[in-house]
Ligand binder design. Structure first.
Ligand SMILES: Nc1ncnc2c1ncn2[C@@H]1O[C@H](COP(=O)(O)OP(=O)(O)O)[C@@H](O)[C@H]1O
Ligand SMILES: [Mg+2]
Length: 378
């Protein structure tokens, strides 16, 4: 069938719109909200009309009953209770309408939240899965390139400039690998079923992580200290908590200037009833107020992280992962930082059942200290 030329623009417009509806989650959400609002409006109008009708019917009925009674008794004045009856009808209608409107709004609020936020949630989930899949895809070829380059470096005959290039390549590949690994753990974190919780020795994790980072600390002449108290058992996931400690310790060492007698102190101890505290404190460059509110966002890197003499950070994913893991553990995070003096990140985690000894930690404060807290415990 041939389409009339004047119809073509409108058909194109409709097609365009349906495509947008199908492929753009935000358009879909907007359409759902508008339709539900429209439905709410229509139902409200119907309710309003029914209410008026009801009030009128009741009034007319009571009037006619009154007149009939007056005719039977032969009275010439209106019955005295007429006004009371009509007032009663009015009050009844107002109450019914009020209850009806409140219930309707609740119902539609629920429907709007459900149907409007659904597409957005789906697209967020898709995004996370997408990141995870890409990271998986890139990991293998990356490992192959790295192995091949390292094998090539075994050859003693290769010229010095080629060797330098290859060595640079290996360093950069390590950096990409770290980013990929961070992305992969982000992916794991979004599927918490892969993360079993059990009583875990946070103190042991801290000692292990400190051992693994001793070489990095030595290379920057930073003293790395651990203070592990008797209360150290938390309810959590070993691998995830290892990553929390690793990311914090790595930051503390990297953001402390090299060869300036820096100190990084990692503490584990009791923190209020049923809670265990992990504190990572450094004497490093600190974090400005402006950065403090953003450092937990994925890919955010502070201005200072590019300063000279500061160890290379990775991708800005480290603290985003810490944040996600602490949230899954229903813990809380508190950061205090003074630019030029240092940073302390305190993380509180639920203790394992039966942990409850006391070894409180002292804290030092100053006027220029910036602070931000995130609490996921409730
Ligand atoms: N201990 C610290 N001292 C100073 N700045 C820090 C510290 N830890 C984190 N930061 C700041 O927070 C930002 C985000 O940290 P992170 O998520 O680990 O990313 P990355 O270290 O890869 O840059 C860093 O770029 C840095 O500016
Ligand atoms: Mg980092």
């Amino acid at each position: 069938m041939q389409m009339h030329p004047s119809l073509k623009p409108s058909v194109a417009w409709v097609t365009d719109l349906t495509d947008k509806y199908r492929f753009n989650p935000f358009i879909r959400a907007a359409v759902h909200v508008i339709l539900l609002q429209l439905a709410l409006g229509l139902v409200s109008v119907v309710l309003f009309l029914v209410g008026i009708q009801y009030a009128q019917d009741q009034t007319i009925e009571s009037i006619s009953v009154g007149i009939q009674e007056a005719m039977v008794t032969g009275a010439t004045t209106t019955p005295t209770n007429f006004e009371t009856i009509i007032d009663g009808i009015r009050a009844q209608t107002v109450t019914l309408a009020f209850v009806g409107i409140v219930l309707l709004n609740l119902l539609f609020g629920f429907l709007i939240a459900r149907f409007a936020l659904w597409p957005t949630r789906n697209s967020l989930q898709f995004q996370k899965r997408f990141i995870g899949n890409i990271a998986h895809e890139i990991r293998t070829p990356l490992a192959i390139i790295k192995t091949n380059t390292e094998v090539a470096l075994f050859d003693p005959k290769i010229p010095k400039d080629v060797r330098d290039t290859f060595e640079g390549t290996v360093t950069e590949l390590d950096r990409i690998s770290e980013t990929i690994n961070n992305l992969l753990s982000f992916d794991t974190l979004t599927r918490p079923r892969r993360m079993p919780f059990e009583p875990t020795d946070l103190g042991a994790i801290v000692e292990l992580v400190a051992e693994r980072h001793q070489a990095l600390a030595d290379s920057r002449a930073v003293r790395l200290e651990t203070r592990v108290g008797k209360s150290r058992m938390v309810e959590g996931n070993q691998t995830a908590l290892d990553q929390v400690v690793t990311n914090l310790v790595k930051n503390a060492i990297n953001y402390t200037p090299a060869d300036k007698d820096g100190v990084v102190t990692v503490t584990v101890g009791h923190d209020g009833p049923g809670k265990i505290l992990l504190s990572v404190a450094d004497t490093g460059i600190g974090i400005g107020q402006k950065d403090l509110f953003h450092i937990f966002e994925p890919f955010y890197r502070g201005d200072t992280s590019r300063a000279r003499g500061i160890g290379t950070g990775t991708s800005g994913l480290g603290l985003a992962i810490v944040n996600e893991i602490v949230r899954l553990h229903k813990g809380s995070i508190n950061i205090r930082s003074t630019p030029g003096i240092g940073t302390e990140i305190r993380i509180t985690l639920p203790g394992a059942k039966g942990a409850g000894l006391n070894d409180p930690l002292d804290k030092n404060e100053s006027d220029t200290t910036n602070e931000v807290s995130l609490d996921f415990s409730s």
